[in-house]
Design a protein around this ligand. Structure first.
Ligand code: KG4
Ligand code: ZN
Length: 327
């Protein structure tokens, strides 16, 4: 089965082709326009998707060395995400499906982050996924394909949002997550102890207190001091975020008794989190799956693989399929 995947839920326009031989292309057009605003501006995002979607899909088809007539299904992100952004991908996919008479598969973006783990690997069910992105932070018990139970989630900010907003406090450009990761590598994690909320309580997360704590901490320091101590500050914040994520993942494993864990979403690109997850897996004798870096942040390859898994179960959608902004 050959699948064309299309993703446009936030600020990346992406298209990918998946064949029986695996992912043949995964084109990602990232929008730089948001940098100067320090965050994604929804109206600008949807306009940028409109400008780039046709060439992104064409490029994915060309690079895969396939023709549209050989595509068996179009998988497209249905939600959650920004409504205007989702509409661009969905309308494009519907137009293509209608003109070429190709079946459509609507894909949940959060599911796709999890199933990105099946691109290069084959996690055994049941498993627990720590899904950490810019918009969501969840512990999900994946009992069998598409049979999910959310065990815990953030009560306020997502982990990626915490990286981005605290990075902004330290003067880093949007998105600060990858930069915080890079700077942390030369920093001291014990420079300052930032709070880990709900540490002894259940499987929910909360990152707004950490953000406030970083804001108060930075408030009476001048820019020069922040610059001089940036590596240590980033390392200390990364430590607080990744420690609490791993603590809760450990608790979820104990609660469910699973033998397999997975990381998913943009924050799973974080090197400190990846290392801590490897240590956890070793300590608890678990099988660990983490997508390769280009499949962690938003991409259409994860939409294509999830679309394929749904298509194999006969789960297709029609042209009346509607986007949804939140889960
Ligand atoms: O999954 P994703 O690409 O988009 C959403 O669905 O939200 O995640 C984007 C988030 C951003 O908050 C970004 O700062 C964060 O993932 N991120 C990272 C790293 N790479 C991306 N956070 C920490 N370390 C990284 N290496
Ligand atoms: Zn995402």
């Amino acid at each position: 089965m050959n699948i064309l995947g299309i993703e446009s839920s936030c600020d990346d326009t992406s298209a990918s082709v998946l064949t029986e031989d695996g992912i043949k292309s995964n084109i990602i057009a990232s929008q730089s326009i948001h940098v100067k605003f320090g965050g994604v501006v929804p109206e600008l995002a949807s306009r940028a998707h409109q400008t780039t979607i046709t060439q992104t899909v064409e490029q994915a088809i060309d690079e895969a060395n396939i023709s549209l007539d050989e595509i068996d299904a179009i998988a497209v992100t249905q939600g959650p995400g920004l409504m205007g952004s989702l509409l661009v991908g969905l309308c494009f996919a519907k137009g293509l499906a209608l003109s070429k008479n190709i079946p459509l598969v609507g894909v949940n973006h959060m599911d796709a982050h999890i199933y990105a783990n099946f691109i290069d690997s084959n996690p055994q069910f049941p498993f627990v996924s720590l899904t950490v992105s810019g918009g969501h932070t969840q512990l999900v018990h994946i009992k069998s394909p598409f049979d999910h139970e959310v065990l815990g989630k953030t009560r306020d900010d997502a982990a990626g949002e915490a990286f981005d907003k605290i990075g902004k406090i330290f003067g880093l450009p949007y998105p600060a997550g990858p930069l915080m990761d890079k700077l942390s590598k030369d920093g001291d994690v014990s420079f300052h102890k930032f709070p880990q909320a709900l540490a002894n309580e259940g499987l929910d997360f909360s990152f707004s207190g950490l953000k406030t704590s970083a804001l108060y901490f930075a408030q009476d320091k001048d820019d020069e001091w922040i610059k001089e101590n940036l590596n240590d500050l980033c390392a200390s914040v990364s430590e607080a975020i990744t420690e609490i994520l791993i603590k809760k993942l450990r608790r979820a494993v104990k609660k469910t008794g699973v033998k397999t864990i997975a990381l998913a979403g943009g924050v799973s690109a974080n090197s400190m989190l990846r290392t801590k997850a490897e240590q956890l897996a070793e300590q608890m004798g678990l099988s660990l799956h983490i997508p390769k870096l280009s499949y962690c942040t938003d991409n259409a390859a994860m939409i294509a693989i999830t679309g394929k898994m749904k298509a194999e179960l006969g789960e297709f959608d029609d042209l009346a399929m509607k986007p949804f902004a939140s889960i």
